[in-house]
Structure formats: C-alpha cells, structure tokens
Design a protein around this ligand. Structure first.
Ligand SMILES: Cc1cc2nc3c(=O)[nH]c(=O)nc-3n(C[C@H](O)[C@H](O)[C@H](O)COP(=O)(O)OP(=O)(O)OC[C@H]3O[C@@H](n4cnc5c(N)ncnc54)[C@H](O)[C@@H]3O)c2cc1C
Length: 213
C-alpha cells in the first residue's frame, strides 16, 4: 500500500477501528464514517471473549492470528481494555436450583452448575469490548486517521459493477455528498450488512509477517 493512499471505512466497530489502526499506521489516509458512535453497535456490547482454536476450516488460521494479535495489541497500546488470559467454563443456571453449589469457586453464584472446561489461559482470553474498540480508534487517530459522523448511503460503481473508489454518502445534518479521491480505496464493513467488494485499484497490503502461523 503506497503511503498516502486514501481509505474510507464505513462503520466504527471493532473491524472498522482495526482497519483504521493498521492502515493509518502504514501511512494511509484513513477516514472512518460512523453513523452513531464508535462501538455503539455489536462491538460495544459483545462478550469480549477470544478463543484460539474454535474455528475450523479456512477461518482457523485467521482466528489463531487474531488471538495472537490481541496479545500484541494490548502490549503495544498499553492495554486500556483489560486484556487477560483466563480459564473458561461452560455451564448453566436454573432458577431456584442451588443444589449443585459453586464447587469451591467463590466467584460463582450458587445456582450455577459448571458442565465442562472450555479453555485454558493458553487458549482463551477476554477484553472489555467497548474499551477495546474505542482504544483502537484512538490509536488510529493518533496515527492520523479521521473519524467522521455520517451515514453511508451508497457506493458508486463503474459500469462493470466494481466499486470505482468513489463513496456517495450523506452526512448527518448537512445532507451533502462526499466523494473520496477516485484513486483511493473504499471499505464498507458494518456487521450484518457487509459489502466488501474487490477494491479498485487493488489494495496492496504487505506480506504477512514471518510469524504468521
Ligand atoms: C450479544 C453479542 C455478544 C457477542 N459476543 C462476542 C464474543 O464474546 N466474542 C466475539 O469474538 N464476538 C462476539 N460477538 C460478535 C462481535 O461483537 C462482532 O462480530 C463484532 O463486534 C463485529 O464488529 P463490526 O465492526 O463488524 O460491526 P459493529 O460492531 O456492528 O459495527 C458496525 C458499525 O457500523 C456503523 N454503521 C452501520 N451502517 C452504517 C452506515 N450506513 N453508515 C455509517 N455507519 C454505519 C454502526 O453504527 C456500527 O457502529 C458478539 C455479538 C453480540 C451481538
């Protein structure tokens, strides 16, 4: 990716904040367009649970790399989101059932029964999800990324259907169009409405690090 490449990111969730952080760190001019608030959707309300090896198939390498990256990010950025490795358990709670007891675990309510161990500190971890997303966005902004309040309403495409690098959006209150640099790159990544298209021109990211599993 050439320095100064313009990248427009739709959505200030964990995904948008991460893209903004990594691209701005590599010298891109990244702009995040967020219609509500950073971490205002799923990324601020999730469990914040991280697992090394719960994804089979083609996602397995990605999940393992993500797990590793969380440790690196927390060390790199001072961990304002409480990253921690921990032992995790699965279980259930039944109303008025205190017969099973907490099994010697003072942190567990009496009505909860643990059925199995899910992971160990080597394979499971936790973050505070809102703090993680906002922390990553702040780190991106420190590298020059820009956060704008606005609503993405459409992508402009060439006759072939490819996103041609121009994003058509209406900014809240101002109702005017914003056009990105046609030589730039557009990423649209709100959860559930993902519209990641082949970029034009292609996004050239550096090769994965040698440590990539
Ligand atoms: C209850 C719950 C628990 C979860 N627990 C876990 C867990 O423990 N571990 C885990 O790994 N995952 C968990 N997840 C999944 C995880 O939260 C999501 O996969 C992740 O947050 C998705 O991030 P995102 O950035 O893609 O989307 P989001 O967090 O949804 O962010 C999208 C952003 O885009 C903005 N937006 C949308 N449309 C537009 C538009 N047109 N213009 C401008 N902005 C727009 C939204 O306002 C939002 O801020 C959980 C999810 C839920 C709901």
């Amino acid at each position: 990716m050439s320095s100064g490449t313009r990248i427009v990111i739709c959505g200030g969730g964990a995904i948008g904040a991460a893209i903004a952080y990594f691209t701005s760190r590599r010298g891109a001019r990244s702009t995040v367009i967020e219609r509500h608030a950073v971490a205002g959707a799923a990324s601020g309300k999730s469990g914040g649970f991280l697992a090394l090896d719960w994804c089979g198939g083609p996602l397995d390498r990605l999940a393992r790399r993500s797990f590793e990256l969380h440790a690196e990010l927390s060390a790199e950025l001072g961990d304002p989101w409480g990253y921690r490795r921990l032992t995790t358990y699965g279980g259930y709670a039944a109303e008025d059932d205190i017969s099973r007891g907490a099994g010697g675990r003072p942190w567990l309510a009496d009505g909860v029964a643990i059925t199995r161990q899910l992971g160990s500190p080597e394979t499971t971890a936790l973050v505070e999800p809102r703090a993680f997303t906002t922390g990553l966005m702040h780190a991106a902004q420190a590298h020059g990324a820009v956060l704008q309040h606005g609503i993405v309403v459409d992508l402009l495409r060439s006759p072939s259907g490819a996103v041609n690098g121009i994003l058509n959006l209406t900014r809240v209150c101002r109702d005017r169009q914003f056009q990105s640099d046609p030589s730039g790159v557009v990423a649209v990544l709100p959860a559930g409405r993902t519209a990641v298209r082949p970029f034009h021109p292609p996004l050239r990211l550096p090769s994965p690090p040698a440590a990539w599993p």
